[in-house]
Write a protein that binds this ligand. Structure first.
Ligand code: COA
Length: 331
């Protein structure tokens, strides 16, 4: 039976490290330039954590802000989902560490590894627990400390990424608002394009894996670029179809913030004008699963999005994975 419960975002929060690393700073450690990075990616600077900060620390700050914004007590949270590829450690999950930190003693908790599409996978998963009548309040966090798995000698990857966390609270909302549709997908055959090869059961940590720099991000950028543009268009169209909507109905596109050229190409294919596309990657780089919740939080706090706006959130990432969510904003 189809659920009649509508689910929406009732609170948002983010956490961004203080330390700014500019393109000029990077040109002192690898053979690159501000001009190359800006023209190829649109990124001008990114935020990087200090050596003592881990993903759960950013998650905790973002979660506390989201709880305040939603006016929800941590004890009332039923489920915590953390989407990340940079968990504090293999286990326990980062979600369990957050559960302890915010004292959400009644919550179940788990991590999701979905690359940059993780936050949207988390929102879809959390919403379905509420729609099924199982839970009432779900905390979803997208968070990454990518700086700790980047190869700072590899100019083709280290210039593109940054650290951050964004969180939202999902709850039942007024009929017709909230999540109108979503589309999730994966293509494991393309997984080799973006990997952190070592540190798991296939290639456990050893002196050899460290010498060969296999604990860092490895990426075939050009191939990722091509797939990204394609899937951002196709998943968006799928979500629109499921919501019974047209492209003209979309007030704002809030895309995964990987590369300005990818976003502009996808928006062009979707015929969404630049003034309806939210971009902040110039300030933060690609924060993987944290990109969309941080962009959404900023757009909401800056008063750009208002009650009743229809938002299209769309992401692609390691796996390969993709996801899109259509949301009627109610806050
Ligand atoms: C990585 C990316 C910016 C590269 O842009 P591009 O236009 O495809 O550039 P190319 O791969 O053609 O590289 C061109 C040259 O620049 C060099 N280069 C790579 N990184 C560089 C850097 N930081 N500074 C200067 N030169 C660089 C390359 O070595 C290459 O040199 P070569 O032609 O002598 O071999 C682009 O492919 C991209 O953004 N891909 C998607 C990545 C992404 O979004 N990943 C996350 C997915 S969630």
């Amino acid at each position: 039976m189809k659920s009649t419960i509508s689910v929406g975002i009732t609170g948002m929060g983010s956490s961004i490290p203080d330390k700014v690393v500019t393109n000029d700073d990077l040109s002192k450690i690898v053979d690159t330039s501000d001009e190359w990075i800006r023209t190829r990616s649109g990124i001008r600077e990114r935020r990087i954590v200090d050596e003592n900060t881990a993903t759960s620390d950013l998650c905790t700050e973002a979660a506390k802000k989201a709880l305040i914004d939603a006016n929800v007590n941590a004890k009332d949270i039923d489920l915590i989902i953390v989407a990340t590829v940079t968990a504090d450690m293999a286990f326990p999950s980062t979600a369990c560490i957050v559960q302890k930190n915010i004292e959400a003693t009644n919550a179940a908790a788990f991590d999701m590894s979905v690359g940059c599409s993780g936050f949207l996978y988390g929102v879809a998963t959390g919403a379905n627990f509420i729609k099924a009548g199982v839970y009432k309040k779900v905390l979803v966090i997208g968070a990454e400390v990518l700086s700790k798995i980047l190869d700072w000698e590899d100019r083709s990857t280290c210039v593109l990424f940054g650290d951050g966390a964004g969180a939202c609270i999902l709850e039942e909302c007024n009929d017709g608002y909230g999540i109108l549709s979503y589309d999730l997908g994966a293509d494991g055959k393309s997984g080799h394009l973006l990997t952190q090869p070592a540190g798991g059961s296939r290639m456990p940590a050893s002196h050899k894996t460290i010498d060969e720099r296999l604990h860092y991000v490895h990426m075939e950028g050009k191939e990722v670029f091509k797939s990204a543009v394609r899937v951002m268009e196709s998943t968006s169209l799928q979500a629109l179809k499921k919501a019974n909507m047209e492209l003209e109905d979309i007030d704002f596109l809030i895309p995964h913030q990987a590369n300005e050229r990818i976003i502009k190409s996808a928006a062009k294919r979707l015929k969404i004008s630049d003034d309806r596309v939210y971009m902040n990657l110039d300030k933060y780089g690609n924060m993987s699963s944290a990109s969309i919740p941080i962009a959404l939080d900023e757009a909401y706090r800056n008063g750009l999005i208002k009650k009743g706006d229809i938002l299209l959130l769309v992401a692609f990432g390691a796996g390969f994975t993709w996801a899109s969510v259509i949301l009627k904003w109610e806050k």
